[in-house]
Ligand binder design. Structure first.
Ligand SMILES: [Zn+2]
Length: 480
């Protein structure tokens, strides 16, 4: 039997997080009424002239810089010719040579716990096509051009991956990085991050590349894994029977878990690329590239090391690394003083869910990082209990003021004053003498019952830890 190894390369399309399309001012929002977000440019009207979206350019360069690519100060748009009903121009505006970014790499974790790096060939800009909607009931096909002209980057790797596991790990890492950098929203179910897989087999140890199949448009990590596994089995069987593998474009049917042929694969020259005469060369001055490089946030790897050193829990770290603005907010709160663990847990349990509910970025929230830091300090001091903070959080969040004053005004501060607490504790012991005796005789579980009574007597304002301490001191055998 032949010992074959898979050779895998990926082409990833990520929708850039811009408000408007690549060459016109139409919004990029998802789910709008069909053909409501279109104009003469993105619907391919004769004579309409495209104009480059500067934000898209910035995001593409940012992605390239974060991936260690070289950003070309001058790149070109080309027309890539297709005929599709949802492509009104008759071509896609893409970049062939030179693209905005070249080279780079991304490392990821391998199955045995090691690290591997895959090289990148390029990152280029291009626009998306519209969508055909097939209405089988009415027997018609409809075209929705809302997506036409949406800005994408295509990231092309070298064929450096050798298993479905590696491909999935690479993609997860890339997705997390681009979402963290706010280059893309990365919503895979809406097609904002999707992937083509090129896969061939060769005798292990050989340096030649075999004939490859290209599986198109996979929009989940799981499907990428399944499609690769299926192709390895299919191509291995062809090799074993001595039949040729055909260069073709494949579709992965996720319900059946198998690939099927769409068409024999085109070569670049089949598209008859030529320079797009309606657009000038894309120029990114060196100074802009430098400014973008300086503006790059700390890499997620380095941030992770820092958060681990702070002693945060894994779930908190993963949450803070989801978006650069989560980490920024955390760092700003931390800079105000306050315990990192308390800040992270307030963000995780109360603050970020509230922001998400309102659909706003943490840095735009009325609760400024300094206020959250102040709340973390109050929590750490025990002046106000966690439950009380939970109860009042909505109000504290919206107030746009330092929570200390508001909590004070609400009379929410805990009774930590020993004299006042001692009185309540004495009252509880007098009211429940039998339970007090049981505890004094060694029945430790009665303590929580007594603490509960102290909490009740104090209207929930007693500091439970202090109350427990006082009860213990009060009921401990004397004279020991
Ligand atoms: Zn438009």
């Amino acid at each position: 039997m032949l010992d074959l190894e898979p050779v895998i390369g990926l082409e990833i399309h990520a929708q850039l997080l811009t408000r408007t399309k690549l060459f016109c001012a139409c919004p990029t929002e998802f789910g709008a009424e069909p053909n409501s977000n279109i104009c003469e440019v993105c619907s391919g009207q004769p004579g309409a002239l495209p104009r480059m979206n500067g934000k898209a350019l910035e995001l593409a360069a940012t992605a390239g810089l974060a991936l260690g690519s070289r950003v070309n100060s001058r790149s070109l748009f080309s027309r890539k010719n297709y005929f599709y009903p949802d492509l009104p121009n008759g071509f896609q505006t893409s970049q062939l040579d030179p693209p905005i970014c070249e080279g780079g790499s991304l490392s990821f974790r391998t199955a045995d716990g090691g690290t591997k790096s895959a090289r990148l060939n390029r990152v280029h800009l291009e626009d998306d096509a519209g969508k055909c909607v097939h209405d089988e009931k009415r027997g018609v096909s409809l075209v929705d051009l809302n997506r036409a002209g949406t800005p994408l980057i295509e990231i092309v790797t070298e064929p450096d991956l050798s298993s479905s596991y590696e491909a999935m790990e690479f993609l997860k890492k890339l997705h997390a990085l681009l979402v963290f950098l706010k280059v893309t929203e990365g919503r895979m179910e809406e097609g904002e991050f999707r992937c083509d897989v090129n896969i061939s087999l060769r005798p292990r140890g050989s340096s030649q590349l075999g004939v490859r199949g290209e599986i198109k448009n996979l929009n989940s990590f799981k499907f990428v894994g399944q499609a690769i596994e299926y192709e390895i089995v299919r191509q291995t069987a062809l090799y074993e029977r001595g039949e040729p593998v055909l260069q073709e474009t494949l579709h992965f049917d996720s319900r059946k878990g198998e690939t099927r042929s769409l068409r024999s694969k085109e070569e670049a020259h089949d598209y008859r690329y030529f320079p797009q005469p309606d657009l000038p060369p894309v120029v990114v001055p060196e100074a802009t590239i430098e400014a973008l490089r300086r503006g790059l946030p700390e890499s997620p790897e380095r941030a992770r090391e820092r958060l681990v050193a702070l002693g945060l829990r894994e779930a908190q770290i993963a949450l803070l690394l989801e978006r650069v603005e989560f980490l920024e907010y955390f760092d700003q709160a931390l800079a105000q003083g306050g315990e990192s663990g308390k800040i992270a847990s307030l963000m995780e349990e109360l603050f970020l869910p509230q922001c998400q509910k309102e659909g706003i970025s943490p840095l735009e929230a009325p609760m400024k990082p300094a206020f959250l830091a102040s709340l973390a300090k109050i929590l750490a001091s025990g002046a106000v209990g966690r439950r009380k903070i939970q109860e009042l959080f909505g109000e504290l969040y919206l107030s746009g003021r330092d929570p200390a004053a508001l909590l004070e005004a609400k009379g929410a501060s805990q009774i930590s004053d020993e004299g006042a607490l001692r009185e309540i504790v004495a009252g509880v012991i007098a009211k429940f003498p039998q339970d007090a005796r049981k505890y004094a005789a060694g029945e430790e579980k009665v303590l929580s019952f007594l603490v509960g009574k102290v909490m009740k007597e104090s209207g929930g304002r007693a500091n439970p830890q202090k109350a427990a301490e006082l009860l213990k001191a009060e009921l401990a055998p004397r004279g020991v």
